[in-house]
Write a protein that binds this ligand. Structure first.
Ligand SMILES: [Cu+2]
Length: 533
């Protein structure tokens, strides 16, 4: 590990004990079947090449017994070692650091006891490289990913996309950050190295032997999604960061299965948001709090220049209305659990409960000349809402029916595409996610919807006034201004997004990123028809 990386993690390292991360027995490369070298194109000459493996492992998360987890581990085959950055003491996969324009090959090996496939969340890649579950690879076999990084600088991530098992695979530890850099962003001189802090937020429940507990029993237990009792940052509980009197950049990922965070600083300092799913905003925005939904990223700056040495502050999740997230509460119109109670595992920390995430101690004086630029990036004017015919929106319903969560009135079928899920290559479209219709038994929840393969812009949100109170308790933190791949659609809400289906034809997914909803089939294909140029 380079010293710079260690410094970044010094604070977190103090909170967790010494790190033990035992890897499972690794099989030699020759022993694996090259099942999916189908993906490899002989003409593809990579700038960087990585080997990535998913395998059972054990990690020191709590004091005492190690926790059995599943982890991604990687090595650099071609390119500088700095492409991969391990998170010390974490079950999470290495941070993959790429540059816009790089050609990347990733040889992925599945050493899990079940099939899996990797999705590069937020990246614009060809259909075969996107981790669609129709490409799931069996135990012991390999898949070769080859793609060019065409995304702008931003915080993306990678995780499994097994149909019906994404929730438990991510929960067991399979997730990692993928950071893309480019020259435009680098020219801004944003805080980097030890001044760039990565926070992957997840919640977990442990049994008395320190082992992970997931949802079991009736499918009804998954209706609201999984919520854990403990909040983990980069795989560690209650971390403390020792920082200096200078500005820091925080790259945040909500890697939780179904938890929503309402992030705020405990001393009342506003949140300075500089980026979202698809990289930097046009200008920094000041918010009282930042709403972060499953799968979503937030990028913010915290300037500690005027905080005296000795200051302690927390990153917290504030209280908000949990009703839109709990079947049996808002969904049934019965606050406080009602007669049905929570349809899911019992948790001490429901969605909307306040809690502390991490503590910052300002430990030393340092000066910095960094001034946050007033302009961070420029956006093409043709993406502004006044340039778009919103009445021509493609309407896709979000609802509950036949005891399952439905998208576009349907459940997931591996290769199925409905007529209204077919779009033309290079077309620019408005999609409307409509969560305002009547649902069976009045069941309506908030859903974090994710579109594969493309970044989009959010044009507008319209909410049923009768349901506006719950919406208001999160609205000021919606990070809607920049490029997005994940958007929260609240009960009674219709959200319009603008998407440009460029470059890659083929079959891609859109789905709910509440991973339990996704596993239950709240996922659909869309097909981009046309010939790549
Ligand atoms: Cu959902």
């Amino acid at each position: 590990m380079r010293r710079r990386d260690f410094l970044t993690w010094a604070g977190l390292g103090l909170a967790g004990a010494t790190v033990t991360c035992r890897r499972g027995p690794s099989r030699s490369r020759n022993a694996t079947t090259e099942l999916s070298d189908l993906g490899a194109q002989s003409s593809f000459i990579p700038d960087v090449e990585l080997a990535l493996t998913a395998a059972p492992s054990a990690a020191q998360i709590l004091a005492g017994t190690l926790t059995q987890v599943w982890t991604y581990s990687g090595s650099v085959v071609k390119g500088p070692p700095s492409i991969l950055q391990n998170l010390p003491g974490s079950y999470l996969g290495p941070i993959i650091r790429l540059q816009t324009g790089q050609k990347v090959r990733i040889r992925f090996t599945n050493q899990l006891p079940e099939p899996t496939i990797v999705h590069w969340h937020g990246l614009h890649v060809p259909e075969r490289m996107d981790g669609h579950p129709r490409f799931m690879i069996p135990q012991g076999q390999r898949y070769v990913y080859e793609f060019e990084v065409v995304n702008r600088a931003g915080t993306y991530w990678y995780h499994p996309h097994h149909h019906t098992r994404t929730g438990p695979q991510v929960y067991n530890g399979l997730a990692g950050l993928l950071v893309v850099s480019d020259g435009t962003e680098a020219a801004l001189g944003l805080p980097s190295g030890s001044e760039e802090i990565v926070c992957i937020l997840q919640d977990r429940t442990f049994d008395r032997d320190n082992q992970l507990v997931y949802i079991s029993g009736s499918p009804m237990n998954s209706m609201s999604g999984f919520l854990g009792d403990r909040i983990l940052v980069n795989g560690q509980t209650e971390p403390t960061l020792s920082l200096a009197t200078r500005p820091y950049r925080f790259r945040l990922l909500n890697g939780s299965n179904s938890r929503v965070y309402k992030l705020a600083w405990s001393d009342g300092t506003s949140i300075t948001v500089i980026g979202s799913d698809g990289g930097l905003l046009e200008q920094p925005l000041t918010r009282p709090y930042l709403t972060l939904i499953p799968g979503e990223r937030g990028d913010m700056v915290l300037d500690l220049s005027h905080h005296p040495v000795g200051t302690r502050l927390q990153l917290r999740s504030l209280e908000f209305s949990g009703a839109p997230f709990e079947m049996g509460m808002g969904g049934m119109g019965m606050r406080g659990g009602g007669m049905m109670g929570r349809m899911g595992q019992q948790t001490s920390t429901p969605n909307g409960a306040p809690f502390s995430i991490l503590t910052i101690e300002v430990q030393r004086r340092e000066s910095s000349n960094f001034k946050l630029p007033a302009t961070l990036s420029t956006f093409d004017a043709s993406w502004q809402s006044e340039q778009v015919d919103q009445s021509a929106a493609r309407r896709l319903t979000v609802q509950f029916g036949a005891m399952q969560w439905l998208l576009n009135g349907r459940t997931f079928e591996m290769n199925e595409v409905a007529t209204n899920e077919t779009v033309s290559l290079d077309s620019k479209e408005v999609w409307e996610f409509d969560n305002s219709g009547a649902s069976m038994m009045g069941m309506r929840l908030a859903h974090p919807l994710h579109l594969h393969g493309r970044q989009f812009r959010i044009l507008n949100r319209r909410v049923d006034p009768a349901l506006a109170a719950d919406w208001e308790s999160l609205r000021e933190g919606f990070n809607d201004a920049g490029w997005k791949d994940t958007v929260l659609v609240m009960p009674g809400e219709r959200v319009q997004i603008l998407v440009h289906f460029t470059r890659y034809p083929g079959l891609f997914l859109y789905h709910c990123h509440n991973l339990e909803h996704e596993d239950m089939g709240m996922m659909r294909n869309y097909r981009v028809v046309g010939r790549a140029g």
